[in-house]
Design a binder for this molecule. Structure first.
Ligand SMILES: [Zn+2]
Length: 328
């Protein structure tokens, strides 16, 4: 785990810290596991309701707790993109079957390894194959380190059984569903899912709608990588597409463009101040120009976003610097 991620996590506001315990340390053993277990107990999933929103064509967005779910529902059966937390599995099943006309669950796709997107694997993996990028299986099947604590492997039934390095397609419910890997954005195992006939795109956590994103520098994420990935994804998103973000409301291509512009502009501010020799503390004290304020009202506040950009850029600089000149 890089120094950057540790400091970024330590500085998270309380609301985000609770979410992080679930998202990153979910299922952990040891001291971290106890904290995660406490976080889970404190979070009363019995009150969570699953809201279903038609996106377009055969695709629906499901919101409950954790990452947004995409569902393809039609004559071939049900395909899920991400599955939130294990205790919500019965409600997710009821919601998606309630859409009607979809028959049984046949496939689950994971956009990345975080526990608020893969927790339901423990239940759904017993009845349908899970598909994901190679690094998702690698991280779920081996011990990880998060916030300096060990995260044990997931049980066998929760692991992806079909993996890919770059891309794969599922031909399902009358359309080609393209699952494309975008490297080193939110994590090192991110996929974006293109429902090519329905004109719907599930961005996973490469898109936090209307808010600063969490970038997991400790498991291969990168702010510059995320900027590049979103730019590349935009070249493949149709103008009329509905876009499902990892977190936040159902969005449009214009919303994703605004998110990308925010990433570029805020990173630029921090980069210029770093180049001018300003310390992290000074950059945080100055904050970002007022037009960025609304983006800091979600999981990640402005201070934490500045810290994330700073640590990610510093990590990039250290990696590209000649030996012995990695740190100022
Ligand atoms: Zn995530």
């Amino acid at each position: 785990m890089g120094r950057g991620t540790k400091s970024a996590l330590a500085a998270l506001p309380a609301v985000a810290a609770g979410w992080m315990a679930l998202a990153v340390v979910g299922g952990a053993g040891g001291a971290g596991g106890q904290r995660a277990a406490v976080a889970r107990q404190q979070r009363d999933f019995s009150k969570v309701e699953i809201k279903v929103t038609p996106a377009a064509g055969k695709v629906y967005m499901l919101e409950g707790a954790g990452g947004n779910i995409g569902a393809s529902v039609g004559e071939d059966g049900i395909l899920l993109v991400d599955d939130q937390f294990e205790p919500l599995a019965p409600k997710i099943r009821a919601a998606v079957e309630g859409i009607g006309g979809g028959g049984k669950l046949k496939f689950v796709i994971n956009t990345h390894w975080h526990g608020d997107h893969t927790g339901g694997n423990k239940v759904f993996g017993l009845e349908a194959p899970i598909l994901a990028q190679t690094n998702v299986r690698r991280r779920l099947s081996t011990e990880q380190s998060a916030r300096g604590e060990k995260v044990p492997p997931s049980p066998k039934q929760a692991l992806p059984v079909i993996t890919f390095d770059q891309a794969l397609s599922v031909h399902w419910n009358g359309e080609e569903i393209k699952v494309v890997h975008f490297p080193h954005g939110h994590t090192d195992g991110d996929s974006v899912v293109f429902f090519t006939g329905s004109h719907v795109v599930h961005m996973g956590d490469d898109f936090f709608a209307g808010q600063f994103p969490f970038v997991d520098l400790g498991t291969g994420g990168s702010v510059q990588g995320l900027i590049d990935d979103v730019a590349k994804a935009l070249t493949q998103v149709p103008a009329d597409a509905k876009v499902i973000p990892g977190h936040g409301p159902l969005s449009t291509r214009a919303d994703l463009e605004r998110f990308h512009a925010m990433l570029v502009a805020s990173t630029d501010v921090v980069r210029r101040r770093m180049q001018a020799g300003e310390s992290l503390e000074k950059i945080q004290a100055e904050g970002l120009p007022p037009e960025f304020a609304p983006w800091g009202e979600g999981f990640i506040d402005t201070k934490t976003w500045i810290l994330t950009i700073h640590d990610s850029l510093a990590k990039d600089a250290a990696a590209s610097a000649p030996a012995g000149h990695g740190r100022r």
